[in-house]
Design a protein around this ligand. Structure first.
Ligand SMILES: Cc1cc2nc3c(=O)[nH]c(=O)nc-3n(C[C@H](O)[C@H](O)[C@H](O)COP(=O)(O)OP(=O)(O)OC[C@H]3O[C@@H](n4cnc5c(N)ncnc54)[C@H](O)[C@@H]3O)c2cc1C
Length: 391
């Protein structure tokens, strides 16, 4: 009998376990893949903590993600201390690059005014100003939008530290098995494993990434809410003196196809260059040739020297996308026993500490909630997808 059972040992499930308060004396994390620490989607993330990047931050998600970014330093310091290995956050800032008129116009006349209206620190730079900040940028870069508050982290190290921290915590047991069903029964929860065992608990959290649909469907969240979007990145070795200073992001459009270049500097002699968006791909394994073909041409236009760095590996994962690109964080059953913490799409690394903080508050029935908590929970309310809801 557990106080809390968490299905999924990715960054969201582990963060929830790590953040849950002393009131939870017995916590079980059920994970189907013993290699998830190094090979799961969370370990495949690039490592940008970038609340206001992409198309979906307006309408509240950016504000929630910024709150998560504000928690990051303290959170990784605590996780690193529990794991016995310090974790580092790099205060790099973000440059969103433009190499054509369409993207320059979008950043200048659509994104920047919107960021200004939301009070986000952001500045438009000319190509030359951007090259002075980031000397690795190529001559094609004609403008850049700088967001100085953004952070770079190393997802594989965070995943490793989270699992170490949980293994060192006497309250936590990690069970490697596939969960077949999560059900409320007699004022408790039952987590049925595919090997025939049943775990019993007071409460359960479904944090199964892109596979959450199968577990939440019986609780009124239609399975088609979740769509997995495969993403790949390349790991590269940085030669002496060749480390980027910034996180860099660039979107290009080629014959209706949108490509994204995203470069994350890590500590030491490594960086990650990504990322692919392979919407109809179902095999989560990395395919180096495809990653190279999709990433390198645009990387060469944005940061030409970096495109020639040695590729030392590739990683791949399935982004747990939802129909509206907003996560699900909240109870899914009337008795408030089963909670969803999933659907973080391409922002799960960024949103992990804030998600864990919100889930901890819900699990402890903490009240009264502050205005920010209420706003984030209203935004992520799973009930928006419940049968008959208008979303
Ligand atoms: C290439 C790429 C780059 C990215 N870059 C960034 C970035 O720079 N910044 C950012 O914020 N986000 C980024 N993301 C997004 C981020 O990686 C995800 O949002 C995040 O990892 C989702 O975490 P999760 O814990 O919900 O899912 P997962 O990491 O998929 O974890 C879910 C876990 O549940 C387990 N599971 C599933 N079903 C079951 C079951 N039935 N029983 C037991 N266990 C089960 C799985 O094995 C898995 O380990 C990127 C994603 C990709 C693919």
């Amino acid at each position: 009998m557990y106080d809390l059972i968490i299905v999924g040992g990715g960054i969201i499930g582990c963060s929830v376990a790590e953040w849950s308060g002393a009131g939870f004396a017995r916590i079980c994390v059920v994970e189907q893949d013993p290699n998830t620490v190094t090979e799961g989607t969370s370990a495949a993330a690039a490592g940008g903590v970038t609340p206001f990047l992409g198309d979906h931050w307006a309408g509240g998600l950016g504000a929630m993600a910024a709150r998560s970014r504000d928690l990051y330093r303290g959170w990784v310091k605590r996780v690193g201390a529990k794991a016995g290995r310090p974790l580092h956050v790099r205060h790099t800032g973000l440059l969103q690059l433009a190499i054509d008129d369409v993207e320059t116009d979008r950043l200048q006349n659509k994104v920047l005014p919107h960021l200004d209206a939301c009070g986000v620190d952001a500045t438009m730079l000319t190509g030359d100003e951007a090259r002075r900040r980031e000397p690795l940028l190529g001559p094609e870069v004609r403008a850049a939008l700088e967001q100085p508050a953004d952070l770079a982290v190393e997802p594989m190290r965070i995943m490793d530290a989270l699992h170490r921290a949980l293994r060192a915590d006497d309250r936590v047991e990690i069970v490697y098995a596939r969960t077949a069903a999560v059900a409320a029964a007699g004022g408790r929860v039952e987590v049925v494993l595919a090997d025939g065992r049943t775990l019993h608990g007071e409460r359960a959290v479904v944090a199964a990434g892109h596979r959450s649909g199968g577990l939440l469907e019986r609780h009124g969240v239609p399975a088609q809410v979740f769509q997995a979007v495969k993403g790949q990145i390349l790991d590269m070795r940085v030669p002496r003196g060749g480390a980027p200073r910034y996180l860099s992001d660039m979107v290009t459009h080629e014959s209706g196809d949108e490509r994204v270049v995203f470069v994350t500097p890590y500590r030491g002699d490594r960086l990650a260059a990504g990322a692919t968006f392979e919407r109809h791909e179902t095999d989560p394994r990395p395919v180096l040739t495809k990653a190279r073909d999709l990433i390198l041409p645009n990387l060469r236009r944005a940061l030409p020297r970096v495109a020639d760095y040695e590729i030392v590996g590739s990683r791949a994962g399935m982004r747990p996308r939802t129909l509206d690109d907003i996560p699900l964080v909240g109870f899914v059953d009337p008795d408030r026993r089963i909670l969803a913490a999933t659907g973080h799409s391409g922002l799960g690394l960024t949103l992990a500490p804030r998600t864990a903080q919100l889930v901890a508050g819900l699990l402890e029935d903490r009240a009264p909630l502050g205005a920010d908590d209420r706003a984030d929970l209203a935004l992520c309310d799973p009930q928006r997808f419940a049968a008959g809801a208008s979303a």
